[in-house]
Design a protein around this ligand. Structure first.
Ligand code: NAD
Length: 260
């Protein structure tokens, strides 16, 4: 389905981003991986994608907290693999604290990575998508792009902003073969939420597995984690012809969290 297309997935050296990259590669897309990690481990992931799916895969170590590097990631995809047809803005970080104690530097970093990154990458990628008359922009937002939780001021603000950006771009791109959508996951068991589970286990003196169940019970009616493969499947669907007319949407995948 995606043979001949190039997909750039930010923050794809682990977690949700890696699962999305592998889902897109599974349908024939060439992949640009991005994110931090051990050099050898990243090379193992990159080579694994080439081997498992017979596609081209490149790794670009751009820092998504920097606008010039975010735009540069798209330019590098275009210069090494030819185009950027699918752009998945996935890199993201979290920090929890009440607003009066929220470190200013963490606010700035979350805004840069979780929101401004997407402005810079979309701005760089969309002219090529317009020229070719086809493009898919998939922004990985969160339930926190739709509703709030305590102690997450920066994350909630950035993800709501990302949903707004998704809609604005969808309107500009409408009718030009380019769609822009946001995926809004609930709890997914990745390193990003590890710290929150650890804090909960420590504060309540309970084992890890109980802290996980506790976290789910509080917000996610299904009481099950969303899996990274399920998010990969949804991103892939948004790149399929069935989704040609889906644009400007915030698609929940949250075990019922936002239905409450
Ligand atoms: P993760 O921590 O497992 O992975 C994050 C990825 O982003 C890693 O590859 C990391 O190297 C990369 N990254 C971090 N900072 C970067 C930077 N400055 N430049 C480039 N890459 C950078 O997290 P995850 O859970 O897979 O999260 C992926 C996205 O999904 C994030 O945007 C997150 O907000 C969102 N999300 C996660 C959950 C969840 O429960 N895990 C829920 C909703 C939304």
């Amino acid at each position: 389905m995606l043979k001949g297309k190039v997909a750039v997935v930010t923050g794809s050296t682990g977690g949700i981003g890696l699962a999305i990259a592998r889902a897109l590669a599974g349908q024939g897309a060439d992949i640009v991986l991005n994110g931090f990690g051990e050099v050898l481990e990243i090379e193992r992931l990159r080579a694994g994608i080439e081997r498992d799916f017979s596609v081209r895969a490149r790794y670009v170590p751009a820092d998504m907290s920097r606008g010039d590097e975010a735009a540069g990631l798209v330019r590098e995809a275009e210069s090494t693999l030819g185009t950027c047809d699918i752009l998945v803005n996935n890199a993201g970080i979290q920090h929890t604290a009440p607003i009066e104690a929220f470190p200013v530097e963490r606010w700035d970093a979350i805004m840069a990575i979780n929101l401004s990154q997407s402005f810079h990458t979309v701005r760089a990628a969309i002219p090529g998508m317009y020229r070719r008359g086809w493009g898919r922009i998939v922004n990985i937002a969160s339930v926190h792009g739709r509703v709030a939780s305590v102690n997450k001021a920066a994350y909630v603000a950035a993800k709501h902003g990302l949903v707004g950006l998704t809609k604005a771009v969808a309107l500009e791109a409408a009718g030009r073969g380019v769609t822009s959508n946001a995926i809004c996951p609930g709890w997914v068991l990745t390193p990003l939420i590890r710290k929150q589970i650890d804090i909960r286990a420590q504060e309540r003196g309970i084992p890890d597995v109980e802290a996980q169940a506790d976290l789910l019970a509080e917000k996610q009616p299904s009481k099950q984690f969303v899996t990274v493969e399920q998010i990969g499947g949804l991103a892939l669907f948004l790149c399929s012809p069935a989704a040609d007319q889906i644009t400007g949407q915030e698609l929940g995948i949250d075990g019922g969290w936002t239905a409450q």
